[in-house]
Design a protein around this ligand. Structure first.
Ligand SMILES: [Zn+2]
Ligand SMILES: [Zn+2]
Length: 333
């Protein structure tokens, strides 16, 4: 099969992904083989390619927003029939026995594997995944629309949940990439007022088009104090600015897997019962709940499509804020 392989992390400007022929995987017991149709491009892929996340498998095929059809069932893998359209997300497998899994917090599992990081992902024509961690994709979403729902969508949704935002509340977004693009649609569906802070003028325009009440620069104070804010941009210097925008008792959620160091700040910014919390991965329940809501709304994504062979170009564009909405690799028709 054709795939984009990362042999060793390097700056994306050096185009480190190699597009070449590799052996297709075979499904083990409990797994399915999926013929990939589309794979979303996530900022986490960029962190993996550039080595900000330490390598777990090398070489590795990135990609964890995978939509395709079941090509072959491994032994005991009858959950999805051949030909059914399914999705594979970041959480590839959990041990099911650690204290976190037993508590229903499998996103915090002590021994997880992650798609496109600790196992090969979807920048390829085929992928294998445990059937219990595979999602049915609702009808009504074209492949390239469904793919970014699987990480940008699910993580954006979990971030919204952890923010505790209520209908009619005031919510800030810092950074307006693919996750915010989805989360704003859910927030508007819940009648939440959205304030978008981002360094990029095109992203501010997009936020207003999607129903934000206000859009400003990253460090501009929103016109109202916020009940909650979500930082999607991986820049630690945003944290004090976002805290300063919160009302007393407000919640700040950090939605990324990686962030540059957070500068020290005055305790006054945190005092009055403001809270900061991170988001780590997602549970399968988050995924199922989000996909159901996404179909109800229905979520619409701006996408920029690239052929599989041009994954480096897509990641370069992502790094340079040149993607409106989500970048998606078209792998097969
Ligand atoms: Zn576990
Ligand atoms: Zn992701």
């Amino acid at each position: 099969m054709k795939a984009c392989i990362l042999n060793a992390p390097a700056r994306i400007e050096t185009n480190p992904l190699q597009f070449r022929e590799v052996a297709a995987p075979q499904p083990a017991t409990g797994e399915v083989l999926i013929r990939v149709r589309a794979c979303g491009v996530c900022r986490t892929d960029l962190h993996i390619v550039e080595g900000e996340l330490p390598p777990r498998k090398s070489p590795v095929i990135p990609g964890h927003q995978v939509v395709g059809t079941v090509e072959k069932q491994g032994e005991g893998s009858q959950r999805f029939a051949r030909g059914v359209r399914v999705g594979v997300a970041w959480l590839h497998h959990t041990d099911g026995v650690c204290e976190y899994c037993r508590r229903g917090e499998e996103n915090l599992c002590d021994d997880p594997t992650f798609t496109g990081y600790s196992v090969d992902g979807g920048y390829a024509e085929y992928i294998v995944a445990p059937q219990d961690f595979v999602y049915a994709i609702p009808e009504g979403f074209p492949d390239e629309q469904a793919a970014p729902l699987l990480c940008a969508g699910i993580i954006g949704f979990r971030s919204l949940r952890l923010s505790g935002i209520k209908p009619g509340g005031r919510l800030g977004f810092y950074g307006f990439g693919a996750a915010a693009h989805v989360a704003i649609q859910v927030a508007r569906h819940w009648n939440v007022t959205v304030y978008a802070s981002t360094r990029d003028a095109r992203h501010r325009k997009l936020a207003l088009e999607l129903g934000a009440t206000w859009a400003g620069g990253t460090f501009d104070a929103p016109p109202q104090k916020l009940d909650a804010a979500i930082v999607f941009a991986p820049a630690g210097e945003i944290v004090p600015a976002a805290l300063a925008a919160l009302r007393k008792g407000g919640v700040l959620v950090l939605g990324g897997i990686h962030m540059s160091p957070i500068p020290s700040f005055s305790y006054d910014l945190l005092y009055q019962e403001r809270m900061i919390r991170s988001v780590a991965n997602n549970t399968r329940q988050d995924g199922e709940d989000f996909l159901r809501i996404a179909a109800e709304i229905p979520i619409r994504m701006h996408t920029q499509i690239y052929p599989l062979s041009e994954a480096n170009r897509a990641l370069n564009a992502l790094k340079n804020d040149a993607i409106e909405g989500a970048a998606v690799l078209r792998v097969s028709e």
